[in-house]
Structures are given as structure tokens and as C-alpha cells.
Design a protein around this ligand. Structure first.
Ligand code: SF4
Length: 584
């Protein structure tokens, strides 16, 4: 490792005492590289067993990696914390300018603990950390907060603003943190942890230079990686349509969860597809810092002013496959304008779109079945496709005017515990389901992935590429385990998962050496396993177990592209996955 690389610096911030200090931690970065590896090690150090996720001892940890700022698509920041949504590992990744800003400010990781007695926001510019009174912006919606802070904190260099909306302030357990308006630390409730600490926002930036071991080798490697990225056909597709290109193929396969997965095929899929949105609404494409792909798609939604026929308010709303599934097909919304309005509500109150959509889908079915009534909903009548009622419900999930909305603010599993309907509460490890009813692989990823996210081991892709005879519990569990171990390395370097075909093990080892780290391919493979086990140790320490995972009955009822799924297959595969986690 390069002597005194700023990456070794960990910034510690105590909100209760308004103090900060920096420690050099080469021990962490030499062992775990950065990102998910370093963050999970810090989580073990900083989060005492049994910590209240909404208490002062729960740390917020941000970590970046050695390739950030040096190589394209090393653009993500990992956030780690104890999740208020699941009660165990909280891990969320976001791009935007966050990673490059943290690296340029001169840090490899940031640990925030304590609780402020009044709402505050933090500004971090190089070595200067300031605590600002945020009472005037507490209660503001996420996009307004970004604007206000940008105005107040003039400065140069790359800056990132991470902030919460009203849902985070009210500790909705699936509140998110918004960064650069269109990127999110979406899953597992980081926004609620910010809110519990009365931390409204963080602005960070700096102007450090980043060291490399050999400038000539660096330039050659950079050009090669950049060229490979531009020549990868799947990445070109992400530029054209974004992940929303998946809507129509998944619908055709009958794998698109629709109306709380009562069906897996949506009759209005075409109208909410990437193709339709690009043709009729696409206003701009954006990229995370240091990414040539620009997969972020923004719809321009024009809303006419009353009594002013030729005047429109234009709102830019980001969309991708997961949002379209959760707030479109899953809620039976086939009107693209209605869906975009709902996406906008989710963005400005600041909640995880997947958890919000799946929780509203459970609510609709529970209402249809008479488990809840207008007494609980306070007069609202949720029904498939009615986006205006869903918008009103989301506002109430934030304000929590009665016990029912307080329950919805803790997600579908919690609400189903109280009101019934667990068979159709689509949560895995208490986290709401991503948009893939592709077969065993997809659901096994949601069950066994350390974050219960489709991104953990991408089982949905194995459902689509393995031959039927390869789909055995043993084979699938082994493939998911290997994939999840490899993804620990990618997320320790904090490379966007879309670039994983470019960043294979030999390329990673070579680039790390240019950045001053020596890891062989074999070292990287072993490290991936070690990081995954480290995360699982934390989960088990906080009460999670693979032995008593709930498998929602609904996924066994609705026919998948691989036919009717059997619980027995899932249990066998989970047992194999568990043995891989614990064996050498
Ligand atoms: S491909 Fe998309 S998500 Fe990934 S770094 Fe580029 S813009 Fe960000």
C-alpha cells in the first residue's frame, strides 16, 4: 500500500459531543481493501451486541475503495449500520457523487455515532468538519433540503449532499437517504437511523490528489478498462433504456410480480415499459461521477397549472426497473403518468420504493380480504391502480395518525403480524421483495443474501441461464454462494455491479497493484468468503437464523417460469448454503 494514502484515514464523528477525530487505519484497508469489507469490520468494532438501531450507539458507517476516483465505474459508497427494518445487518449502496466526494475529501471511511439534541447537518470539506443547526430545514422534503444546503455551502471541487426527507425524520423503518436527488441509499432504513440521530444531511467534498504507484501503467490500464466498458453490449443497453429494459422480457416470461404477486404477468406492462417511457417521457440521462454509461433515466412529467392553459410545471422523476415493478405492476398501476406521480411522492418523502410498494400491495390485498377496513385506513379505500389513494397512504405512513399507519411504517411483515395475511406478505428476512418471480434462484437470493436484496447473488439471472437439469438445490446454492463471495470484492472496491463483466479477478488484482495493494486472485477469492462470513456473523449475533426463515406462501402459489415452486427445494438449498457459509 502507498505510504499514508488518504484512503487509510477514517473520520470518526460523535454527534452527541460534537467532536471529530481522524485515525490512520492501514490495518483495515490492507486486510479488507475498502467498501463492504472495511465497513463490515468497522460495524463489528463500533456496534455493540443488541444495540437499539434507533439509539445513539448504532453507528452509521460509510466506506469507499482504492479504485474510486482512479478507474471508471468505481462510483459507489457502501453504508453499513444495524437495520431498524430487519434488526440485523443494514447495508446499502449509492452512487451519484458520494464516493468520489468522500475520497477527494481525504477519507476511506466515516463513522458517525451519538445523537444530536437538535436537528443538525454536517459539512465535511477536507479536514474541516462543522456541525450546523438544521432546525430551519427539519420538516423539509428531500429535494428542497438539497437546494437549500447547496446555496448555503458554497465551495469548489466535487461535492455530494446526502439527506433525508420527512419519512426519515419520523423514523419510518424503510426510510432512505437521498443523494444528488436521483440516487439513494435505498434499502434497510438508513434514513430512519439518520432521523434518530437528528441528522438531516451531510455535505462532503474536497480536493485531494490520489496516488498511484506508476503513472505509465496507470494510464495504460485506465485506457484499457475504459475501452472495455464502452465495448460491452449490455452496458450500451443500460445507457439506452436503463434497467427498465427488463419490464417486457420479464412480463413475457410471466416473471413480473403483479398485484401483490397474485399474477406474474401484467396486462398493461407495455405502457410502463422502458420503451414506452423513453418514447413519451424521457427528459434526460445522468451518470454517477466517473461513469461513462449514464444509466440513470429521468422522465419529464408536465403538470398543467390550473386556469393557465399554456403553463406547465415540469418535474424530473428518475425511474428504473425496480421502481416500475414496485410502484407499477405490483400495485396494478398501468397509467404511466400515475406511476410517475407515485414515484415522485416516494422520492420527496424519502422512502425505499421497494418496501413502500410491497407494503402498499399487502395493504390492498388485506383490505380486499376484509382483514382491515376503512376504520384502520381512516377512510381510504386502496384498490389496484388507484395511485392517488396510494399517494395519500404514503403521506399517512409518514405522519402515522393511528396504530395502523404506525404498523405500515414498519413494513409489510410487521403489519401482517398484527392484522394477519402473512401468507401474502412478500418479505424475505423481513425485507420486502424485489421484482423477480423468475424461479428458485431469484427467491433463494432474497432469502439467503446478506442484505436480502436481488443484488446479493442475482439468482434471477441463474433462473434464466441455467438448463433445467442444472437447477438442483445443491448446484444453485453453490452458484449463489460463489457469486455472493465475488460480489463482496466488487463492493469492497465499490465498483458498480453493472461493470462486473469488465472487472474480473485478474483485472482487479492488476488495478489494485497500480493503486498500491498487492492481492493475488487466490487472496481475493478467500477474502470474498471472509467478508461474507463477517456479515453473516453480525446477522447471527443479532438474532437472524437461516433455520427459521419464513417462505411466503404466495411464491409457492403463483406459477413461475419454472412451474410451481416447492418449499422442500428451498429448504434443501438453504441448508446447503448454510453449510457453505460455515465450512472451510
Ligand atoms: S452504470 Fe449507472 S448506476 Fe452504475 S455507475 Fe454508471 S450511472 Fe451509476
Amino acid at each position: 500500500m502507498i505510504e499514508r494514502d488518504p484512503l487509510q484515514r477514517v473520520l470518526y464523528i460523535d454527534l452527541s459531543k460534537r467532536r471529530f477525530w481522524v485515525k490512520y487505519r492501514p490495518d483495515l484497508f490492507e486486510k479488507y481493501i475498502g467498501g463492504a469489507g472495511v465497513a463490515s469490520a468497522l460495524l463489528h468494532e463500533e456496534c455493540p451486541k443488541g444495540t437499539d438501531p434507533l439509539g445513539p450507539d448504532n453507528p452509521i458507517i460509510f466506506a469507499v475503495g482504492p479504485l474510486v476516483g482512479l478507474f471508471p465505474m468505481a462510483s459507489k459508497t457502501v453504508a453499513m449500520f444495524k437495520s431498524p427494518h430487519t434488526g440485523n445487518l443494514g447495508e446499502s449502496h449509492a452512487g451519484g457523487r458520494s464516493a468520489v466526494s468522500i475520497r477527494m475529501a481525504g477519507y476511506g471511511a466515516i463513522v458517525i455515532k451519538g445523537t444530536s439534541n437538535i436537528p443538525i447537518y454536517l459539512s465535511i470539506f477536507n479536514d474541516k468538519v462543522q456541525f450546523h443547526d438544521a432546525r430551519a430545514i427539519w420538516g423539509m422534503r428531500s429535494h428542497v433540503v438539497g437546494r437549500v444546503i447547496r446555496e448555503r455551502e458554497k465551495g469548489t471541487g466535487i461535492r455530494s449532499i446526502m439527506r433525508i426527507g420527512t419519512a426519515g425524520e419520523k423514523k419510518v423503518s424503510y426510510a432512505c437517504v437521498v443523494t444528488e436527488t436521483y440516487r439513494h441509499f435505498g434499502r434497510l432504513g438508513l434514513g430512519a437511523v439518520f432521523g434518530s440521530k437528528k441528522l438531516k444531511a451531510i455535505i462532503i467534498g474536497g480536493k485531494r490528489s490520489l496516488p498511484v504507484t506508476d503513472k505509465k501503467r496507470y494510464k495504460e490500464a485506465y485506457d484499457e478498462v475504459f475501452k472495455r466498458i464502452l465495448e460491452t453490449p449490455s452496458l450500451k443497453k443500460y445507457h439506452d433504456l436503463g434497467t427498465s429494459l427488463n419490464v417486457l422480457p420479464l412480463n413475457k416470461k410471466k416473471a413480473l410480480p403483479t398485484r401483490n404477486l397474485e399474477q406474474a404477468c401484467f396486462e398493461h406492462a407495455e405502457k410502463i415499459s422502458g420503451e414506452h417511457l423513453a418514447q413519451h417521457f424521457l427528459g434526460r440521462r445522468l451518470a454517477c461521477a466517473h461513469c461513462p454509461i449514464a444509466c440513470i433515466h429521468l422522465a419529464a412529467l408536465r403538470t398543467p397549472y390550473e386556469d393557465e392553459p399554456y403553463f406547465y410545471k415540469t418535474t424530473f422523476i428518475s425511474y428504473d426497473y425496480e421502481l416500475i415493478y414496485a410502484l407499477g405492476s405490483m400495485l396494478g398501476i398501468g397509467d404511466p403518468e400515475g406511476m410517475l406521480h407515485l414515484l415522485d411522492t416516494v422520492e420527496y418523502i424519502g422512502v425505499d420504493a421497494l418496501s413502500a410498494g410491497v407494503t402498499l400491495a399487502w395493504t390492498t390485498e388485506a383490505y380486499e380480504r376484509g382483514l382491515i377496513s376503512e376504520k384502520e385506513t381512516l377512510g381510504l379505500k386502496p384498490s389496484w391502480g388507484d395511485y392517488k389513494t396510494y399517494q395519500a397512504m404514503l403521506e399517512r405512513i409518514v405522519t402515522q395518525p393511528n396504530d395502523f399507519y404506525k404498523a405500515l411504517a414498519k413494513g409489510a411483515e410487521y403489519a401482517a403480524e398484527i392484522y394477519g395475511g402473512k401468507d401474502f406478505a412478500l418479505t424475505f428476512g423481513k425485507n420486502e421483495m424485489p421484482g423477480y418471480h423468475t424461479g428458485y434462484g431469484g427467491h433463494l437470493t432474497f432469502l439467503t443474501g446478506a442484505r436480502h436484496s436481488h443484488l446479493d447473488s442475482a439468482g434471477y439471472s441463474y433462473d434464466q441461464k441455467l438448463r433445467p437439469e442444472e437447477l438442483t438445490p445443491e448446484n444453485l446454492a453453490q452458484k449463489l454462494f460463489n457469486e455472493e463471495c465475488y460480489r463482496q470484492i466488487i463492493s469492497s472496491l465499490v465498483i458498480c455491479f453493472f461493470a462486473r463483466s469488465v472487472y474480473d479477478y485478474p483485472t482487479i488484482a492488476r488495478l489494485l497493484s497500480i493503486a498500491g495493494f498487492e492481492f493475488s486472485e487466490e487472496d481475493l477469492k478467500l477474502l470474498g468468503k471472509r467478508i461474507l462470513r463477517q456479515k453473516y456473523n453480525f446477522k447471527y449475533r443479532e438474532g437472524f437464523s437461516l433455520d427459521n426463515l419464513r417462505i411466503p406462501k404466495r411464491i409457492l402459489e403463483t406459477i413461475s417460469p419454472h412451474g410451481q415452486l416447492k418449499e422442500d427445494f428451498f429448504r434443501k438449498a438453504i441448508a446447503v448454503y448454510k453449510s457453505l457459509l460455515t465450512s472451510d
